[in-house]
Design a protein around this ligand. Structure first.
Ligand code: 48F
Length: 306
């Protein structure tokens, strides 16, 4: 097909592109542009060779290797919201084999947004210390209230996810907690299935889940408290349900009540509020972050005592 550009214009365009990307063009003594090297330009589009089977094999081998390595772990955290991710960071950074089961494609839970679809999150002192640890930029708003801090939710959430990954937690997204493994009166694992299985038409939902074993499970599934509910449905625990909003009291109460609800099961974040009948707190996250810190300490004690 013939070009609609004049040859001179085409050459000028090409020279400009080369100059932009390679900076390997100089003025000759006569004042004309000349290309002194095209090596970098040649390399730029040369990816290493691999075919489809190589890519598939890399994914399958790496995923199954990691999965096999975690079918028996120290701690399984169900729910990858703020409380679960802080617990994952702390446990994995202490060398405990830690799995995070998350039903969504993305981790972060309610931490990507503050309230009302506005992506600013607040914490109250002393929880800004966790922002400091994560390197999250934030600002105090003393004109509104002393000790109240605001940060960009995408920044805070992505840094927290990254901290859990960097610490070495095994992050299993698109995995929906289905049930507990219950042996000798203690929670010692999680039954899980791919999240899309629960969305299949009824006629083809006979896809059995699998189970992974552990020394301790943390319920970090937020308001739904799905792990605790799997025990409540069998009459093994009594859940009170969370109360109306009371920001000032609820954050301390959530941290105070972060505890081992049942042998082998620790509850954290809003799951703790649901279990113990505490007030909800709306879009402030210090209680979630500090609850995750406490849950990790309790889980570590449980693991080390076995
Ligand atoms: O709801 P979520 O962010 O829990 P959280 O750590 O924090 C609560 C706050 O976001 C906010 C609040 C306080 O400021 O009121 O709501 O207590 O995260 C819970 C995570 O659990 C996942 C869910 O997708 C979310 O990422 N989850 C829920 N059910 C399941 C699950 C399940 N069956 N299996 C796996 N993950």
């Amino acid at each position: 097909m013939s070009s609609i550009l004049t040859p001179a214009f085409e050459i000028r365009c090409k020279v400009n592109v080369w100059f932009f990307f390679t900076n390997l063009i100089e003025l000759s003594p006569s004042g004309n542009l000349q290309i002194i090297s095209i090596k970098m330009g040649e390399d730029m589009n040369q990816f290493a060779q691999a075919t489809e089977k190589d890519i598939t094999r890399s994914i399958v081998e790496e995923f199954l290797g990691d999965f096999l390595n975690h079918i028996e772990s120290d701690v399984i955290i169900v729910g990858g919201g703020p409380s679960g991710l802080v617990a994952a960071r702390d446990l994995a950074s202490k060398g405990l084999k830690t799995v995070v089961l998350e039903s969504n494609n993305y981790f972060g839970g309610g931490f990507w947004l503050g309230g009302y679809l506005m992506n600013k999150v607040t914490v109250r002192a002393p929880a800004q210390r966790i922002f400091d640890q994560l390197g999250v930029p934030y600002k105090e708003v003393p004109a509104i209230k002393e000790g109240l801090y605001v940060a960009d939710a995408p920044s805070a959430c992505s840094k927290l996810i990254s901290a859990a990954c960097d610490a070495g937690a095994f992050m299993l997204n698109m995995n929906k907690f289905d049930d507990v493994v219950l042996r000798d009166g203690r929670v010692c694992g999680a039954v899980t299935n791919w999240t899309p299985v629960s969305a299949l038409p009824r006629a083809i939902t006979c896809v059995d889940p699998v189970a992974i074993e552990t020394k301790c499970v943390i319920d970090a599934t937020g308001h739904d408290a799905v792990v605790a509910n799997s025990l409540a449905n069998r009459g093994l625990v009594d859940l009170k349900g969370f109360l109306g909003m009371d920001v000032d009291n609820s954050e301390d109460a959530v941290v105070d009540n972060t505890s081992e609800l049942f042998p082998g099961l620790v509850v954290t974040g809003m799951a703790a509020a649901t279990c113990f009948g505490l007030s909800r707190m709306g879009p402030t996250f210090g209680g979630m972050l500090e609850s995750g810190v406490k849950a990790a300490k309790i889980a570590e004690e449980i693991v080390r005592s076995q």
